[in-house]
Structures are given as structure tokens and as C-alpha cells.
Write a protein that binds this ligand. Structure first.
Ligand SMILES: [Fe+2]
Length: 185
């Protein structure tokens, strides 16, 4: 038997093939994520912020497997904060992940277990290793869609709640037209 493989369009990151799933996140689904709640409330809840394509060849929770995905983050701002993903940390904590940027301009925001936050610039072709125990989110700082590929272990749960509750120690904000990592008060 010859089966058709999943395909990746490397110019866009778009995945095609049997079994590719898709999840969308709108502004309305991202309550509490952005610092400026007033600016968030004045925007359309239906506004798409990001879309994730997933390829999961094994059941979620199975040890020893790998998942693949592409995330597409729309350009935009909520107040002075760039459109970004919700952010999560892996459970169990000793699970790491790779990102590869396929299009656009952005930043990977990483916070270690001592709550030290740093940023890696994302440009087409940039490879990012997310070490275990690091909270991570991606912000789109460019004028177009930011897309990146990801690969992570299939027995990883994404803990969004603790990130939403405690936040990152710094946020990527547009200051004088450029991205700046600003410590939270
Ligand atoms: Fe992750």
C-alpha cells in the first residue's frame, strides 16, 4: 500500500492531507490575555487572532509519539500589545518543543521557572528550541501573517490556566513603533 503523506507548503506553513485538524482562536476567546482590557473590550470578539493546524498521528497522551502543527498569527494590536498566542507551559514540565518560522516577523517569548522572560526574534527560517519548564507564547510584530511550524511530544498537556493566572513577567509592547519587552509592574 502506498499512502499519500501530509504535505507542508514551506512558503506559508500550510499543512494538507488526511487527518489535519484545525483550531481557531478569536479575540473573544482570549479574555484576560492582553494587558489592556479596555482596548480588548472595544474590539470585535469575532476578530481572528490565530489559527492552528494540527497533525496528531497517535492518540493524545501516548508516550513516545510526536505531534506536528502550524500556527498562523494575524497581524494586529490590542492597545500597544501585539496579537499573540495564549501562552502555555508543558505538563509534565520536562517536555520540550521545536518551532521553525515559515513566514512573517515575530517574537517567541520564553519565561523560565525563575520567571525570567526573554525573547527570540522569529524570521523565516529561524529555528527555536523551547526548553522544558519554559512558558512560551508567540507575538506577531510584523505587517503580515506570522506562521511557524512546531513539533512536540504527544504525551504533553498544555497548561494555559497557570499562565493566564500568573502571567509572564514581561510583555512585548509596541513602543515608539518598535517591539520592546516591558517588565510587568
Ligand atoms: Fe508548547
Amino acid at each position: 500500500m502506498i499512502s499519500e503523506p501530509i504535505r507542508i507548503d514551506f512558503s506559508t506553513g500550510e499543512l494538507t492531507g488526511e487527518g489535519v485538524e484545525e483550531v481557531c482562536r478569536t479575540l473573544g476567546q482570549l479574555e484576560g490575555v492582553f494587558r489592556d482590557a479596555e482596548a480588548w473590550g472595544a474590539m470585535s470578539p469575532a476578530q481572528l487572532v490565530y489559527r492552528v493546524q494540527l497533525y496528531r498521528p497517535v492518540q493524545k497522551g501516548v508516550a513516545g509519539g510526536l505531534f506536528w502543527g502550524t500556527t498562523f498569527v494575524e497581524p494586529g494590536l490590542v492597545g500597544d500589545e501585539y496579537f499573540m498566542t495564549k501562552g502555555h507551559v508543558h505538563v509534565p514540565r520536562d517536555r520540550s518543543e521545536y518551532y521553525v518560522t515559515t513566514g512573517g516577523e515575530g517574537a517567541l517569548i520564553l519565561m523560565d521557572e525563575r520567571r525570567q522572560t526573554r525573547v527570540e526574534l522569529m524570521r523565516p527560517g529561524s529555528l527555536h528550541y523551547i526548553p522544558s519548564g519554559h512558558a512560551h507564547r508567540v507575538a506577531n510584530t510584523g505587517p503580515g501573517v506570522l506562521s511557524f511550524l512546531a513539533c512536540w511530544p504527544s504525551d504533553t498537556e498544555n497548561d494555559y490556566e497557570s499562565v493566564l493566572e500568573h502571567g509572564f513577567s514581561a510583555r512585548l509592547r509596541r513602543v515608539d513603533g518598535s517591539p520592546l519587552l516591558v517588565e510587568e509592574p
